[in-house]
Design a protein around this ligand. Structure first.
Ligand SMILES: [Zn+2]
Length: 420
């Protein structure tokens, strides 16, 4: 390992990192969720369990009466999938957080590991210690579902807006009406309600809005005129059923409204791009579909997620040509370390360094944040050391870049206090 790679790793450990995308369980929920153990402390590997068995964790262990029986169920699944990055995320956590000494899990070491997880995760200071001291994280930019709360000691809020795309449905509309204590009789009153909802959260400290519509539909949207969308919404209000084309037109109109609103209210617009779950329609998630939205809203700052993987090269060019786009590596290092290195390495050649966000944990349990961070630091050190060695990047710029990517860029983008 080169001396400079080591220097970069040490520099990154000292940086009070801003986690640019989080779903971490709140502290108050963590201790209510019951004891963690080897079988329920899971993150994305849950998806591989599903991919291999067609079932969830709860289902595969439904008949098991002991941890020994659970281990016998898990073992053949691991055997199929232990090469994958989602499993290695677990391994890094077992080693770095719970003291596993071996390279992988086996018949001889699982029991000790299971006991270590049970013991540590019930300690009263554990949650605080892992997020604040072990991870050295200043704050996590956390997705907050509608009407829910957060813990400002650990989190900075971003309001999730998928609900806004479902307001043609009566039950979703009624829940927002109830929360805002008013009723919607037109598209314009609906949009006023959405603006008020965003403002309420903004007043409490929320820094942005987020859409993850690429899980269920295409990112491509047209700037549908208000009169067309108004008629569609009126039809929904009257109890008429909408065609799939009408639903898309309604949603597109709302998406353009949200992008404009984010610019006017100085809120960052975070959008999920790339990687989905099992059976995802991959081309729907291509960030290039967002070009009309991004070009029509030049005053809005777009924060595009997951390196757009596998469209990371496209996203690099999108970031190069659109100065209102920030490129966010959230989730990426646990998806693929090699894909992360390639993406970052190209982006650093292409995009101004102040618009690259180097880390977002994107996990549920705090223990997985640290494992993700270890994988992220390793990839960042690999590519920067290599760029210094062979791509004419100076050491000074490389060291400056790690500070920008892990902290300074996020402070500026989300408007956080400098001393956070
Ligand atoms: Zn996420």
């Amino acid at each position: 390992m080169s001396d400079f790679r080591q220097e970069l790793l040490e520099a990154m450990q000292e940086i009070r990192t801003i986690d640019c995308h989080s779903h971490t369980c709140l502290k108050s929920q963590y201790y209510k969720a019951g004891q963690r153990n080897l079988f329920n402390l899971m993150s994305y590997y849950e998806r591989e369990i599903n991919s291999v068995t067609g079932k969830s964790s709860d289902e595969i262990y439904a008949e098991a009466k002991s941890d020994a029986e659970r281990w016998e169920i898990l073992k053949p699944i691991i055997d199929c999938t232990r090469n994958e990055s989602y499993w290695r995320h677990n391994i890094v956590m077992y080693r770095e957080v719970f003291g596993l000494k071996d390279e992988d899990l086996n018949d001889d070491n699982w029991e000790n590991l299971n006991e270590a997880i049970k013991l540590k995760s019930t300690e009263p200071d554990w949650y605080h210690n892992i997020t604040k001291n072990v991870c050295n994280i200043a704050t996590q930019i956390r997705n907050i579902p509608w009407f829910q709360d957060w813990e400002p000691e650990y989190f900075t809020a971003v309001l999730r807006m998928e609900g806004a795309l479902e307001l043609h449905r009566k039950n979703m509309r009624e829940s927002l009406e109830k929360y805002l204590d008013r009723s919607f009789d037109s598209l314009s009153s609906l949009k006023e309600g959405l603006a008020d909802l965003v403002e309420r959260y903004q007043k409490r400290g929320s820094v942005g809005i987020k859409l993850a519509h690429a899980y269920g539909r295409t990112l491509a949207s047209d700037d549908v005129p208000d009169d067309i969308a108004s008629n569609i919404f009126a039809k929904a209000l009257g109890g008429g059923s909408l065609s799939s084309q009408e639903i898309k037109q309604f949603q597109d109109n709302i998406i353009f409204f949200l992008a404009r609103l984010a610019g006017e209210m100085n809120q960052v617009f975070q959008i999920h791009t790339g990687v989905q779950g099992n059976w995802g329609v991959i081309p729907n998630s291509n960030p290039l579909h967002l070009i009309p939205l991004i070009h029509a809203n030049k005053n809005t700052r777009f924060d595009l997620f997951h390196a757009g993987y596998p469209y990371s090269r496209e996203m690099g060019m999108l970031g190069k040509h659109a100065p209102n786009v920030w490129l966010n590596m959230c989730w990426m290092y646990v998806i693929t370390m090699e894909g992360s290195r390639q993406s970052l390495s190209e982006w650093i050649d292409l995009v101004p360094g102040h618009r690259i966000l180097g880390f977002g944990s994107d996990v549920g349990w705090p223990e997985f944040i640290y494992a993700h961070l270890v994988m992220a630091r390793s990839c960042i050190a690999d590519i920067l050391a290599q760029k210094v060695e062979r791509d004419f990047l100076s050491k000074e710029v490389a060291l400056d870049l790690v500070k920008k990517m892990l902290r300074d860029n996020a402070i500026k983008l989300y408007g956080l206090p400098e001393d956070i």
